[in-house]
Every structure is written in structure tokens, then in C-alpha cells.
Write a protein that binds this ligand. Structure first.
Ligand SMILES: Cc1ncc(COP(=O)(O)O)c(C=O)c1O
Length: 393
């Protein structure tokens, strides 16, 4: 066998993802890209906001000696200052550059955090449904992903989380606004979670961290605001990026921020600077660090995603689909009218509609629609969605 047994097993376990991908490629070759309605990827379709290209050009033009060199593993000190200043306002907490480390996206931040915190066999507890990659990220660093159910409306179920915490739990991982459900966790449930983590840390005599994966923080609808995690839990660490709110996922730029109130803040920061290096990231991309430091508080036009959300929700609602209207991010996670979500997704493929079965997100009986696509794709797919629902009703 050319690849390791473990990687081979992982490829086999996620073979339905490959099947989906292959089915999509086949449909596109057969019918043309325009006639296939691809809602399978969370790849933002909006261009980066206006100043991005100009700031990028200005940054390149102003490059001088040493501007493409290695730098401190945490990132350029000046960039960390500008991010800390913005984050302090956003979180309502006095954050300094000492608490920031620039990373290769939110995925890079999560891996840097996990490698710094996890011992072999440690558990990472997350509410389900959840982002597919979490299992792999935990496993990358000897950890084990455990899941606790959420309530039927996908809000946090504190009892379920409490029951799932064990002496091996090293961190609780949340993602709000959530991929795949679009749920935002409210202040009261985050405060409860903070208290629970504090209590269980005392019970088990070891620090349990709360890691908040927030790349969709700025993509929220109906004037909702994502509450500050640092105000709910002292031992909190944020992992985030500019992938979604600046529409630059390919540029791989984000950061991790440790709550200034965290008990072992200095050790955790030192650990993360080291893991950023030894994971092979070394440091976050130099040019992009300088660009995003000039774009604090700027994002794509969220009104565009809201329009797409409403278009999709109105159409699917009229066609008889059952779902929770997303509060943020750009995903809709409807129930399937039959228990077998993979079968339902295959039925949608016959209408040239590509979506992802909920089972892939530990949310069986659902499917995920990524609506970061052209309005035209949504409008043209609605008749197909309707026909498939009618078939099963
Ligand atoms: C919940 C969640 N976390 C992390 C990531 C990774 O984002 P990034 O591109 O910033 O690494 C994604 C990407 O889709 C995501 O949906």
C-alpha cells in the first residue's frame, strides 16, 4: 500500500465525499457547468470587498528590503497590534498583541491550538452537527473528537455537553455562526457553557479550554450579533480567519487569540508560536498579514448573502422543506423527508443539484446547502428541489 493504513482508512471512511465529487464532475462534463446547480462547497462567490485589490497593490508597491523574509512565528508585531486593537473593541476586553498569533486561516489556527494543547488520548468535545474536518484536526495531534447532540433547533444542549465531559476532556470546541446549521449561540448559553467548563475544570483538577472557531462571525443576518466568547469564559481561545468575510480563502490568512484572562496564557502563547513553526506553517503569509491589518472591520456585503438566504428559504419553504432559518454563515441544513439522507442527496443529483448529506456533518436526516452561489443557481435549482420533495411526500 502506498499510503499509510491510517490515511487509507480515512480516505475509505470519507468515500461518499469522493463519490459526491465524482458525481458532480460527471454531471458537469455531461450537462455543462452552467446546467449543474452546485451547492456543495463553502467557497465564497462574492469578490473581496472594494479596497482589497488596491490595498494589495499598495502593499506590493511599498515592499522594501526584508519584507518577504521570515518573521517572528506569531506574525509581524505591528499586524498583531492592529488586530488586537480591533478585537478589543469587538470582544469588549483589553486584548494586546501579546495574545495574538497570525495563522494560515482558521484551519491553521485550530491545528496550531490543538497541537499546543493536546496530549495523546485527550478528548475534544464538540456539539453536533459540526464541521467535517474537526475529527481529522483532533486526530492530527493525538486527540479524539467526541460529540454531544444539540437541541432540535441546533442550539447548545448544556446537559448533553455536561454528560459528555470526562477526565480526558482537554477542550470544548464550538463554532458560531455554525457550519452546517447557521445557528448562532446566544449569550446566555455561552455564559452557561463558560460556567460548566469552569466547574468541570475544578472537578477534574485540570484546565479545560473553550476553543471558539469563528470564521463566520461577520456573516450574520437580521441585525444579530455574535456574543463575545472572552466575556463568557476565561479559558477561551478564538480561532478565526478572513477566508469568508473578505472572500479570500485561498490566501490562507487568519489568527488565534487567547483570552488575556486565561490562567496559563504565556505558556499557551509560547506553545502556539512553536507549533505554528513545527507544523511547517513557520509563519502566516507575510503579504496577506500586511493587507488584512489594513482591513480591520471591513467585510463583503452581507446583504448579498441575506438576499440569497431569503431567496432559498422562501423557495424551499414553499416547496415543503422543513428547516431552521440560518442566523449566520451561508449554509442551510434542511431535514430530509426520508431518513436516508444519502439516498435523498442522490435523488437531488438526478435533478443536477449537488448538496452534501447531513451524515457527513454528524447530522443524519438532513442535508447541507451552501448558498454562497449566484442567485441564478438558486432560482434555477428550485423547480428541481420541488420535484424531488413532491416525489417523497
Ligand atoms: C467551521 C469552519 N471552521 C474552519 C474552516 C476553515 O477555514 P479557513 O479557510 O479559514 O481555514 C471552515 C471552512 O469552511 C469552516 O467552515
Amino acid at each position: 500500500m502506498s499510503v499509510s493504513r491510517k490515511i487509507n482508512d480515512m480516505i475509505t471512511q470519507s468515500s461518499w465525499i469522493r463519490q459526491m465529487f465524482e458525481a458532480g464532475a460527471r454531471l458537469k462534463a455531461e450537462h455543462g457547468v452552467e446546467r449543474v446547480f452546485d451547492f456543495s462547497l463553502g467557497n465564497p462567490n462574492l469578490p473581496p470587498p472594494d479596497p482589497f485589490n488596491q490595498i494589495l497593490r499598495d502593499t506590493v508597491d511599498s515592499c522594501g528590503v526584508g519584507d518577504h523574509c521570515y518573521m517572528p512565528q506569531s506574525g509581524y508585531p505591528q499586524v498583531c497590534v492592529s488586530i488586537a486593537d480591533y478585537l478589543a473593541k469587538e470582544q469588549g476586553v483589553a486584548i494586546t498583541s501579546d495574545e495574538i498569533i497570525m495563522t494560515c486561516g482558521a484551519a491553521g489556527a485550530l491545528n496550531v491550538i490543538f497541537k499546543a494543547l493536546l496530549d495523546p488520548g485527550d478528548e475534544v468535545l464538540t456539539p453536533a452537527p459540526c464541521f467535517v474536518e474537526y475529527r481529522f484536526y483532533a486526530d492530527n495531534h493525538g486527540g479524539l473528537l467526541k460529540m454531544a447532540r444539540t437541541r432540535p433547533d441546533f442550539s447548545l444542549d448544556l446537559e448533553a455537553l455536561d454528560q459528555a465531559i470526562t477526565a480526558k476532556t482537554k477542550l470544548v470546541l464550538i463554532n458560531s455562526p455554525n457550519n452546517p446549521t447557521g445557528r448562532i449561540y446566544d449569550q446566555a448559553s455561552l455564559d452557561d457553557l463558560g460556567r460548566l467548563i469552569e466547574q468541570r475544570s475544578r472537578d477534574f483538577g485540570r484546565t479545560i479550554y473553550l476553543v471558539s472557531d469563528e470564521p463566520y462571525r461577520k456573516i450574520v443576518y437580521d441585525d444579530l450579533v455574535v456574543p463575545s466568547i472572552f466575556q463568557s469564559c476565561d479559558q477561551a481561545i478564538i480561532a478565526t480567519s478572513y477566508s469568508k468575510d473578505l472572500s479570500i480563502p485561498g490566501e490562507r490568512i487568519g489568527f488565534a487569540a487567547v483570552n488575556p484572562a486565561a490562567t496559563h496564557k504565556k505558556e499557551v502563547m509560547a506553545g502556539m508560536a512553536l507549533t505554528n513553526r513545527i507544523l511547517g506553517f513557520v509563519n502566516a503569509p507575510a503579504l496577506m498579514q500586511r493587507v488584512v491589518s489594513c482591513m480591520q472591520g471591513i467585510s463583503v456585503d452581507i446583504g448579498e448573502y441575506k438576499r440569497k438566504r431569503d431567496l432559498l428559504c422562501d423557495g424551499l419553504g414553499a416547496a415543503g422543506y422543513d428547516f431552521i432559518t440560518p442566523q449566520g454563515a451561508f449554509y442551510l441544513f434542511p431535514r430530509t423527508p426520508i431518513p436516508d439522507d444519502v439516498e435523498f442527496v442522490k435523488a437531488l443529483q438526478k435533478e443536477r443539484i449537488l448538496v452534501v448529506p447531513g451524515s457527513g456533518f454528524a447530522g443524519p436526516g438532513h442535508f447541507r446547502i451552501a448558498f454562497c452561489v449566484d442567485d441564478r443557481t438558486i432560482v434555477n435549482a428550485l423547480p428541481g428541489f420541488k420535484r424531488v420533495m413532491q416525489h417523497y411526500q
